[in-house]
Ligand binder design. Sequence first.
Ligand SMILES: Cc1cc2nc3c(=O)[nH]c(=O)nc-3n(C[C@H](O)[C@H](O)[C@H](O)COP(=O)(O)O)c2cc1C
Length: 259
Amino acid sequence: MKTQKLQKVFFSPTGGTLKILNQVSEGLLTPSDSDLDLTLRTPDSWQATPNTLCLIGMPVYSGRLPQLARQRFQKINGAGQWAVILVTYGNRAYDDALIELYDAATDAGFKVLGAAAFVAEHSYSTALQPIASGRPSTDDQEKARQFGAALRKKLEVPTPLPSVPGHRPYKSLKAAPAQCPETLNDRCTLCGTCVDVCPTSAIHIGQGIQTQAELCIFCCACIKSCPQQARIFTSPAIQATSDRLFAACKEPLQPEYFL
Ligand SMILES: Cc1cc2nc3c(=O)[nH]c(=O)nc-3n(C[C@H](O)[C@H](O)[C@H](O)COP(=O)(O)O)c2cc1C
């Protein structure tokens, strides 16, 4: 099949998913054009261009897709084009996220050519409690390029991928209490970086930095992007999760692809 172009459609608050998509795209040796970043906004509507392969990437949140990403993806029309679906996760497990993305892509009208799950640094990773720190490693990135090269080969005679790992009905999600990172006022310079990177526009500058906890999706974009390290999670529930993940997710898991 002649595919002239690539389009990346992604949700990536802390950049791990986008990093992997860029490597897959390098392996495909096809230039990417008019990408759609769902991280900060919902598009009015969006239709895949003919003869274009879509690379769709999202992180795993609680073994599922982030609900916000899934919601924003509903504006997408695959228009019968081929897509590759990819999830990144923080070395715990991807559970039902890949099958949920498979269903979302096919429901949107894409034909799924291939799928993958890669490890990227966990959003909750810190210098004191690293979780999948340094991932994607050079080796992960090489594997992502190899996956891209294998997709290029498969595109010569494309066939749809019949299934991916995961269960239906998907893992149920527990409602989390409203909580959000705090700002350390003695460090904060009110530069506004946290405001700019928040996927839900939950952060505003008023009397200092104000965050609407009920909008926070715990993505940690504000924490990871703060040039002064002035944003931290102090919530005991988040700390308990980080402690558990730090203890349990030390053995490095490897990328998986399905073609
Ligand atoms: C709220 C939340 C839930 C998460 N749940 C999981 C999970 O179930 N399994 C896992 O391995 N990683 C989990 N992670 C880690 C992310 O999947 C991982 O850091 C991902 O690469 C982040 O993607 P991004 O850098 O593109 O934002 C979670 C992260 C957040 C913020």
